[in-house]
Design a protein around this ligand. Sequence first.
Ligand SMILES: [Zn+2]
Length: 296
Amino acid sequence: MRTFLTALACTLLAAPLSAADLEPGHSTFGEKKYIEYIAGDLPLIISAPHGGRETPDDIPTRDQGVVQSDRNTQELARSIAAEIHARTGHHPHLVICRLHRQKLDCNREIAEAAAGDPIAEKAWAEYHAFLDQARATAIAASGNAFYIDLHGQNHADRRIELGYLHSHETLAKPEESLNDPAVARAGSLRRLAEKTTLSYVELLRGPRSLGALLEARGFPCTPSPERPVPNLPYFPGGYSVRRHVPADEPIAGVQIECNLTGLRDTEANRTRFATALVATLREYLAEHFALPLPQR
Ligand SMILES: [Zn+2]
């Protein structure tokens, strides 16, 4: 299925990407500029599927599925990319859907995503083809890559939800069950779990977990030492993390679902979070994935 979709996506890209398109830090676009890809030169890939604002008349408004956007997540993704560049002198790969979710949902299978509209289907294919390109470039250059699918939610428990493709039900199981290797193999950190010295439970929510490192910088998370088992509702990670963290490639990833207040509501807070996230990634990827980020 994945091979078929990848082939479909590549076929539907307007043209093969040129060397200029792939120059780090430069924006390239799909045919109607609904999808933007800023190529990178780091093994980091960030996507923002639900922060688009464009509502063109040539795509019908979706009447099935979720149509609310994740407010300011496009700007948050750009802030994170800018902070990465400021700290490392290099660029992450960044893929942005500029269409409002009323028109396209890039974090769903194509049928629900585009509701059968050919222009929306084309944009969906471009979005995933750019992510395929980013993944191939990052892995070829560094041997490993890390992917963040960036979202926003407004759940009552105001903390960042880290989605590793484990349901709330799985995360609520006893520690010995979570340390069964089959659990790690089903999650988006499987490659990282092979490299780290931590047990899988520690990697999910121990004192050196992604959640712990973000909490230490003032951003409450789950799973984490403070909230090892998420409250419901909780987003465990969706289509894009499943598709772009395939089991047979050296890539790990996470769906990051950001709360609004104090994080993505103002430019100052987005910058504050970007600073915390980049410092966290530097620590986390070096410690657990042998993937040190360059120092500027
Ligand atoms: Zn979302």
